[in-house]
Design a protein around this ligand. Sequence first.
Ligand code: HQG
Length: 192
Amino acid sequence: MSMDRESDDFNEVRERVSRFLSGLLRHFPDRFSLKLDRYGWAELEKVAGIVGERYRLSSEEATRIIKEIVESDPKGRFELADGMIRARYGHSVKVDVNWSEGGKIPPVLYHGTSRKAVKSILEKGLLPMKRREVHLCENVSDAVMVGRRYDKYPVVLKINARKMLEDGYTIRRKGKVLTTDYVPPEYISVHR
Ligand code: HQG
């Protein structure tokens, strides 16, 4: 397939590859016999091979698309280093997620969810559910977008991150996204 960076074809393939990469690096590396190391890193060459085969691209084309995706991703979903690639967050596979990129953790964080989950969250706290971590946002508008994946009229919860840190909980920075293992109910209130 020959593609020009600005073409619709290129953008469409890029979108599909991006979704596939999220799945591959977060949820189903085994399905493609891809090895992730302890911290979720995979060899870019191997990933490009898998992507190339699936989307009928040469390995150069696949590598180029992957690099473009990593660089342009609005949420910083992926990270590239030393010929390796990983998803920054969102994993369900068993990787060690206990790393943080430094940088300040804001005193207040937000979590967007569905109306029907609110009661249970206020009772039991925020749980990682099928993933390895609980995901939090720096601002309300991002939280609304996260919640819209599950509900047309999402609820935004406000998380007292300052108090969590004071009380010894760990909050990690994964690019734009903040993560933690669990948020007990006492740190959660309904923002809107
Ligand atoms: C809810 C996407 C009932 C929680 C997003 C959420 C994010 C509870 C759902 C990232 C609960 C889990 C992660 C409890 C939590 N009772 N429901 N006690 N505790 N929940 O998808 O945060 O685009 O695993 O509120 O944008 O929605 O893929 O988590 O609704 O950044 O890069 O259980 O994934 O990023 O859903 O999303 P998820 P999330 P990407």
